[in-house]
Design a protein around this ligand. Structure first.
Ligand SMILES: [Zn+2]
Ligand SMILES: [Zn+2]
Length: 113
């Protein structure tokens, strides 16, 4: 089963996510707002948190997130290389239900700190 958020475009500008379907034509739009933007105006996909020093996140009993660290910028779980977050795209929502459930459990257990 595909997780619903995987079907969204999810371009973002100034942190506002596009709520149109993936692959749509025309401008990006945040539903319920007057915000519209083009690909040129969209935020770059690469997260500025790449290269930040980080520690592996505490593990849940099921092993999640498997040695990844919580990105200090976008709050995605990202692999580490020599104690630094590897380059990655800004988190735009979990792409599958298992990841979403594990993220929810992790934040409920470990919390934001
Ligand atoms: Zn869009
Ligand atoms: Zn990030």
């Amino acid at each position: 089963m595909t997780f619903p958020t995987a079907l969204w475009c999810r371009s973002r500008r100034d942190g506002a996510l596009c709520t149109r379907p993936r692959g749509h034509a025309g401008l990006h739009n945040r539903q319920g707002t007057s915000q519209m933007w083009s690909d040129v105006e969209a935020d770059p996909a690469a997260c500025p948190g790449g290269g930040s020093a980080a520690q592996p996140a505490p593990l849940l009993p099921n092993g999640f997130p498997g040695g990844r660290a919580l990105c200090p910028v976008c709050s995605d779980f990202v692999a580490l290389d020599n104690g630094a977050v590897v380059p990655h795209d800004t988190f735009r929502g979990a792409v599958d239900g298992a990841e979403a459930a594990n993220r929810a459990a992790w934040f409920n257990t470990v919390g934001w700190n």
